[in-house]
Design a protein around this ligand. Structure first.
Ligand SMILES: [Zn+2]
Length: 286
């Protein structure tokens, strides 16, 4: 009896069940990788998003496919391997519709670096520790700032054409305990080599920072940020709008480094992701 009532009720509220078709770049994702969802609905929805690991990732109009929407969904570096559903939610006539997509989170094949001493944290002065804390807070605030519109109309470029000297994700292990990881992709770069904006956007940070040295962060809109560290010289200032491929600075060896290089970082909706895997995924859209 109860079942019948519920059934009747649901039919009354949602007489037309929206037909949704979707695709996902991969149903298997490693920690720190990004997934691309595409969605097509035969009914107009007022809102659509992917709910994944407790966060909602909105769908946007696909830049090159008519009537298709896309969402970029990142997995954090510290997320453990497990099977976890991503739920595509569409709201049609005020009614929520759900489609569950089983996602297998696997362990990324990141290298390990065993440290004999705990980095150099113990040697950092109290003043510098306070500075690091301030800089981390500032960066976190930037990455969680959400610009609704996208500045992007073309595929992403690499910030320079050069050899990758250190891949994203290398684990820094001390006494068997994961202490930190390499949060970007390092490119070989002699001091003075021009560095390009990977895509169009707004410069939101131009600053010398303790670890990252001279840093530029670009907001590409819709939660996507790229970061360029250890520069010798800035060619932009905060607030500037930059074109894809525009020179934003020159490579250098500022900050805590052993030699000149470019550290290139990408954040999606507040989550630090593997930049090279991200570029591959997002460039499918253009
Ligand atoms: Zn690096």
């Amino acid at each position: 009896m109860v079942t019948k009532v519920i059934l009747f009720f649901s039919i009354m509220i949602a007489p037309l069940w929206a037909s949704v078709t979707y695709s996902v770049s991969s149903e298997k994702v490693a920690n720190a990788q990004t997934m691309l969802f595409e969605l097509q609905s035969d009914e107009t929805f007022s809102k659509a998003y992917v709910a994944y690991l407790g966060v909602r990732y909105p769908f946007y109009l696909h830049p090159s496919k008519a009537d298709v929407f896309y969402a970029l969904v990142p997995t954090g570096y510290y997320v453990k391997p497990k099977k976890k559903n991503a739920v595509i939610v569409t709201i049609v006539h005020g009614e929520k519709h759900y489609v569950s997509v089983p996602i297998m989170i696997v362990k990324g094949t990141y290298k390990s670096e065993r440290l004999k001493v705990v980095s150099s944290c113990a040697k950092i002065s109290k003043k510098n520790r306070a500075r690091i804390k301030r800089e981390n807070y500032e960066a976190k605030k930037i990455y969680h700032t959400f610009t609704k519109n996208s500045y992007i109309t073309e595929p992403f470029l690499r910030p320079m054409e050069s050899k990758i000297t250190s891949a994203f994700g290398t684990k820094r292990v001390f006494n068997g305990v994961l202490k930190s990881y390499h949060s970007g992709t390092d490119f070989r770069a002699a001091v003075g080599t021009p560095l390009m904006a990977a895509n169009a956007g707004k410069v939101v940070l131009v600053k010398n920072r303790f670890f990252a040295g001279n840093s530029v962060i670009i907001d590409h809109g819709q939660g996507i940020y790229t970061g360029y560290y250890h520069m010798s010289q800035f060619k932009v200032k905060k607030g500037d709008m930059v074109e894809r491929g525009e020179v934003i600075g020159l490579a250098g060896a500022t900050g805590r480094v052993t030699g000149p290089h470019l550290h290139f970082a990408v954040h999606v909706a507040g989550v630090g992701v593997d930049p090279m895997q991200f570029l591959e995924i997002i460039n499918v859209l253009y």
